[in-house]
Design a protein around this ligand. Structure first.
Ligand SMILES: O=P(O)(O)OC[C@H]1O[C@](O)(CO)[C@@H](O)[C@@H]1O
Ligand SMILES: [Mn+2]
Length: 484
């Protein structure tokens, strides 16, 4: 039972969105325009790449138009202009424009940059980047953040090798035969997945994921011990108790960042599968490039293929082969199969595997991505806005939510008192037992004890936004009265 559940709890204040504050101001004033500039630069280089020389005049014109659209978007963002509706006719357009409508001013004026809630504003920028790319054939299936993702991946090889070797040892039947080593392995892998969240590219300058990753690789388990003191609420025992009850269950992982964090999540999923806790793992990725480093299905395929290209017999190559087997036999599915969204077929770069996977079509070959994960909505709105996804998640026996943005949506990005119980901050979102694994990068948090808040504040006044503190927070709806 998380400590804050037992503490006397003051009533949550009026539910207002978190203010921008210093960090939010920095995000809107510096980070987001920088990200837009890098996206524009990518588009410009794509337009002038050698293979674009065969582009038709129309294709060139639409790519130039995309650059113009993002340049205008940057001007609008920096001068507090209105945020116009989404108009590319995509399947998520209605949901997006409803969210924008709900953010209108008291006189019905459209939402404006700097005045609309931070969560909506930041999500909206990425949705507008997608809209600009979608109208240009030269850019339509490109990821404007791909280069940043590839760089981060290359810098993580040593950390991945360390964790990869640990994972192979942990999934060995001998290791799995011993309950104590199971518990230790789970604690280590859960922490790797937690701290893997520090490597998030939308923060680029703030804290270089690479340095924090190098810590993880240097004497990794010893270093995890040091990092433990930065976990402000650690419900590990609750999560371990829950996992220990599972056999052949469905476990869901709502992914966050590609690169090292994705690798830590796949290692953890592998261990939970090999340990018999899960017979299927559903991974939920993003339907478009999102917050620079979030996982799209092409990131997932690229990562598996990149790992598969490592030296034969290396830990990374062995893991990649096993993970592709999990996909082929349907043990691992990607994103929720809610029947409502178009299926995507895993496109594999190495044709041999593609052929064998095509031969076993239907066996884990298709997954479904759900567009809800790239809406601006808080998760307590899911049951109403995306009922099929909510009921699909209800089939899960444990859902892991990775990262800061997912956490913000779990607690509605509200200005909670940090000691408000996590269960209350979820505002009725409880499809299944869930665990949030989050490095704090934004000024909203719930479920902490007053002592821990005081301690963190004394240590670091900006503890909520510097990305050095984290939470492992568990919630089991069967133990709560107010579940939807
Ligand atoms: O990848 P994560 O952990 O979700 O972090 C994304 C976070 O970074 C920020 O974009 C800060 O720039 C936050 O607004 C957002 O919640
Ligand atoms: Mn992210």
């Amino acid at each position: 039972m998380a400590a804050s559940e037992t503490e006397a709890v003051e009533e949550a204040p009026a539910l207002t969105f978190i203010g921008y504050g210093a960090f939010g101001e920095d995000t809107l004033r510096v980070r987001m325009p920088t990200i837009l500039t890098k996206a524009i630069d990518f588009m410009y280089r794509r337009l002038h790449a050698p293979d674009a020389s065969t582009a038709t005049d129309d294709e060139e014109a639409s790519a130039r138009r995309a650059i113009g659209i993002l340049s205008k978007l940057k001007y609008e963002m920096q001068t507090g202009k209105p945020m116009p509706p989404i108009e590319d006719g995509a399947s998520d357009q209605a949901a997006w424009n409803q969210a924008l409508k709900e953010a209108m001013g008291p006189e019905g004026e459209p939402p404006r940059w700097w005045h609309a809630p931070w969560l909506l504003s930041e999500c909206y920028m990425y949705r507008r980047i997608h809209q600009a790319c979608a109208q240009a054939p030269l850019l339509a299936d490109m990821d404007v953040f791909q280069e940043a993702k590839d760089d981060a991946f290359a810098c993580s090889m040593e950390s991945m090798e360390a964790l990869g070797a640990f994972t192979l040892r942990a999934v060995d039947p001998e290791a799995l035969a011993d309950q104590a080593s199971r518990r230790n392995a789970f604690e280590v892998m859960l922490q790797f997945s937690l701290w893997g969240n520090k490597s998030d590219l939308s923060l680029m300058a703030e804290f270089d994921g690479r340095t924090s990753l190098s810590h993880l690789q240097a004497g990794s388990e010893a270093h995890l011990q040091e990092l433990r003191s930065f976990i402000l609420q650690n419900d590990f025992e609750d999560v371990w108790d829950r996992l220990s009850t599972l056999a052949g269950a469905r476990i869901d992982v709502v992914l966050d960042n590609s690169g090292f964090e994705l690798f830590t999540d796949l290692c953890l999923a592998h261990w939970m599968t090999a340990g018999g806790y899960a017979s299927t793992v559903h991974f939920h990725g993003k339907a478009m490039p999102w917050f620079v480093s979030d996982v799209t299905e092409s990131d997932l395929v690229w990562t598996l293929n990149e790992l598969g290209r490592q030296p034969a017999g290396s830990a990374l190559q062995c893991l990649a082969l096993q993970w592709k087997r999990f996909i082929r036999d349907g043990t691992w599915q990607f994103s929720a199969a809610d029947g409502q969204t178009e299926p995507f077929v895993m496109i594999w770069h190495d044709q041999s595997l593609a052929k064998s996977l095509r031969d076993t079509a239907g066996q884990g070959m298709t997954g479904r991505r759900d567009e809800f994960w790239t809406y601006p909505h808080a998760f307590h709105q899911m049951a109403e806005v995306r009922p099929q996804l909510y009921s699909d998640l209800g089939q899960s026996q444990l859902i892991l939510f990775k990262g800061d943005l997912n956490y913000r949506k779990l607690v509605g990005d509200r200005a909670w008192s940090p000691t408000t119980p996590f269960s209350k901050a979820l505002q009725g979102f409880c499809p299944a037992p869930l665990c949030a694994l989050r490095a704090l990068k934004c000024n909203t948090v719930a479920g902490l004890t007053a002592d821990k808040v005081d301690e963190a504040q004394a240590q670091e006044p900006n503890f909520m936004t510097i990305g050095r503190f984290a939470v492992v927070q568990f919630f089991d709806p069967s133990k709560a009265s107010d579940c939807a």
